[in-house]
Design a protein around this ligand. Structure first.
Ligand code: GLU
Ligand code: ZN
Length: 488
C-alpha cells in the first residue's frame, strides 16, 4: 500500500506545539514508509479564518525545516488542497447522501434550535442536541421545499440503534453505542458551506489518504465519519489518535502553562532542531537511553508501535536542555548567523551587519557557546564586548572577606599586569596572574574578580582573558581606570 497521510489544519489560530506534533508524526510516518505527506487547508470556518494564520502556517514549517510533498503552495495530483476551492464537491457529495437516504434536509431555524437548547438545559432529561425533528419528513416534500427556495441544512442520519465501531491503531477497538453519538450532525450549512465532517471525509477519500493521524480530541467525531464512509460505500482510512499533550499540572497544555505558539519559542531563541526533536518525543519513544536525534534518524526510526496510549507531559525544562545541546553542536559561523538577528534587535550590531561586525561576533562565539540557553540570551551576555558596561556599585568589586581598599589594590595590580601580558598566549597570561596573586598574598580568584567586574560589569561572565583579547587591552585598561577612580 502506498502510504498517504495529511496534516489538515484549520487556519483559525497560530501553529502551536500540539499542531506541530500532529504534523510531525504524519511527516515521519510518511517518510518511514516511503509515503506522501499532504497539507490540506481546512478553511471552511470563514468566521474564524484569517490570512495571518495561513502565513503563520507556512512560516512555521519553513522554519521548522520539514515540509509536505503535496499542498496548496507546492501543488500535487489532487489539487486544489484548499477546501474553500472545493465547495462544489462537498455539495455534490451531500446530495449523494440525501438521495441515498443517509442524510436529510432539516428546516429548523435558529429560533427553534435555541428554544430546544433552552428546554434541554432546563430539564433533567439526558437528551442533548438536535431532536431529529425533520428526520421523518417525506424526502420528496423536503426536496420540493428546498427547490422552492426554503432554507435548509443537511444532516447525517446516525443509526438509532446498535453501535458504531472502529479500530484505532494505537488505542485498539473503540465502540460507541449509537444512542450516545451526538444526534445527526450537520454536513452542509444553509448557506451551502460544508462542515468539517463532510469536507474532511470527502477529501480524505478523494485524496486517497490511507492513515488519519490526529489529536485525541477528534475521537468523538470518528463515529460520524465511520457512518459516512459506510453511507458512501467507501473504505475508511486507518485511524490513529495521538496521545494528548498535557502541561506539568496534568491539564491539557495551554497558554496558562507558558509558551505554546511556535512563534513564541522562535522569538525566545529556540532552535528548530530542538523543538522538532523534543516534540517528536511527546507520546512517542524512539530509542532507550538516547535523546538527540537528527530528523533523518527520526524519519528512519518512526513506527506506529512507538506511539504511547498514555498522555505526554510537556516539560519546558527538558526542551530548554535540548536547546542548549543543539546550540553547543553548532559550528561558530552558523551560531554567529543565528545570533546576529538577536544582537541587531538590541542595537548591538547593524540590521545588515558589516564584515567587521560579522567577524568580531564570530570570534566571540567560543566564549558564549557553552553558556547560551537561548539565542535570545546573547545580547545581555555579550553587551560588554560592544560597549563599556555602566559602572557597577562599589560592593560589586569587593570579594568576600576583603575591604574596599584591598579590592582597589588588587584591581590596580590586575590592571597593571595586563600591559605586561601577551593575551594571545592564554596559559602564560594565567600563570603570570597566579604568580602575581601569590606575590600579593591573595587568592587567584580575588585578584581576578575586581578586574572582571570592571571589564564586564558583572561577577559572572564569559572567560575574562579571552574577552579582553577581543575588546583589546587598551579598552580593558580604560574600564579598569574608571573603576579605580570610582573606588577612590
Ligand atoms: N481541521 C481539523 C483540525 O483543525 C482536522 C482534524 C483531522 O485531522 O481530522 O484539526
Ligand atoms: Zn429540523
Amino acid at each position: 500500500m502506498q502510504v498517504r497521510v495529511r496534516y489538515a489544519p484549520s487556519p483559525t489560530g497560530l501553529q502551536h506545539i500540539g499542531s506541530v506534533r500532529t504534523a510531525l508524526i504524519n511527516y515521519l510516518f510518511a517518510r518511514a514508509n516511503g509515503g506522501t505527506f499532504v497539507l490540506r487547508l481546512e478553511d471552511t470556518d470563514r468566521t474564524r479564518f484569517s490570512e495571518d494564520y495561513v502565513k503563520n502556517l507556512y512560516d512555521t514549517f519553513e522554519w521548522l525545516g520539514f515540509y509536505w510533498d503535496e499542498g496548496p503552495d507546492v501543488g500535487g495530483p489532487y489539487a486544489p488542497y484548499i477546501q474553500s476551492e472545493r465547495f462544489q464537491l462537498y455539495q455534490e457529495h451531500a446530495m449523494r447522501l440525501v438521495e441515498a437516504g443517509a442524510a436529510y434536509y432539516c428546516f429548523c431555524g435558529e429560533e427553534r434550535l435555541a428554544g430546544l437548547r433552552a428546554a434541554q438545559e432546563g430539564s433533567d432529561s439526558a437528551d442533548l442536541g438536535y431532536d431529529r425533528h425533520c428526520r421523518g419528513l417525506d424526502p420528496r416534500e423536503a426536496a420540493d421545499r428546498v427547490a422552492a427556495g426554503e432554507k435548509a441544512v443537511v444532516r447525517l442520519k446516525i443509526p438509532l440503534e446498535g453501535s458504531t465501531k472502529f479500530h484505532d491503531l494505537v488505542l485498539g477497538d473503540i465502540e460507541w453505542k449509537n444512542e450516545d453519538v451526538s444526534p445527526d450532525p450537520v454536513l452542509l450549512k444553509s448557506d451551502g458551506f460544508p462542515t468539517y465532517h463532510l469536507a474532511n471525509i470527502v477529501d480524505d477519500h478523494l485524496m486517497r489518504i490511507t492513515h488519519v493521524m490526529r489529536a485525541q480530541e477528534w475521537i468523538p467525531s470518528a463515529p460520524f465519519h465511520i457512518v459516512m464512509y459506510a453511507a458512501f460505500g467507501w473504505e475508511p482510512p486507518q485511524l490513529v489518535h495521538l496521545p494528548m499533550v498535557l502541561g506539568p499540572d496534568g491539564h491539557k497544555l495551554s497558554k496558562r502553562h507558558g509558551a505554546t505558539a511556535v512563534d513564541e519559542f522562535r522569538k525566545k531563541g529556540y532552535l528548530p532542531e530542538a523543538l522538532v526533536n523534543y516534540v517528536s518525543h511527546l507520546g512517542c519513544s524512539f530509542e532507550e537511553g538516547r535523546d538527540l536525534f537528527p530528523l533523518a534518524d527520526l524519519e528512519r526510526l518512526f513506527k506506529i508501535e512507538r506511539l504511547n496510549k498514555a498522555p505526554a507531559v510537556f516539560d519546558y525544562q527538558k526542551l530548554e536542555w535540548y536547546n542548549g545541546q543543539y546550540i553547543r553542536m553548532k559550528g561558530d559561523a552558523e551560531l554567529r548567523d543565528l545570533v546576529l538577528p538577536f544582537l541587531a534587535q538590541e542595537g548591538l550590531v547593524a540590521e545588515a551587519p558589516s564584515e567587521a561586525q560579522r567577524s568580531f561576533v564570530l570570534s566571540a562565539m567560543p566564549l558564549v557557546k557553552e553558556r547560551l540557553k537561548f539565542l535570545s540570551d546573547a545580547p545581555a551576555m555579550m553587551r560588554y564586548l560592544f560597549e563599556a558596561p555602566p559602572l557597577p556599585a562599589a560592593e560589586e568589586f569587593i570579594s568576600k572577606k576583603l575591604d574596599k581598599a584591598r579590592a582597589a589594590e588588587l584591581l590596580a595590580a590586575g590592571a597593571a599586569l595586563l600591559s605586561a601580558c601577551d593575551l594571545s598566549d592564554l596559559p602564560a597570561t594565567e600563570a603570570r596572574y597566579r604568580a602575581e596573586a601569590e606575590r600579593l598574598g591573595a587568592k587567584f580568584g580575588d585578584l581576578m574578580a575586581p578586574l572582571r567586574v570592571a571589564v564586564t560589569g558583572s561577577r559572572v561572565s564569559p572567560p575574562l582573558f579571552e574577552s579582553i583579547a577581543l575588546i583589546g587591552a587598551d579598552e580593558a585598561l580604560a574600564r579598569a581606570g574608571k573603576a579605580l577612580a570610582s573606588l577612590g
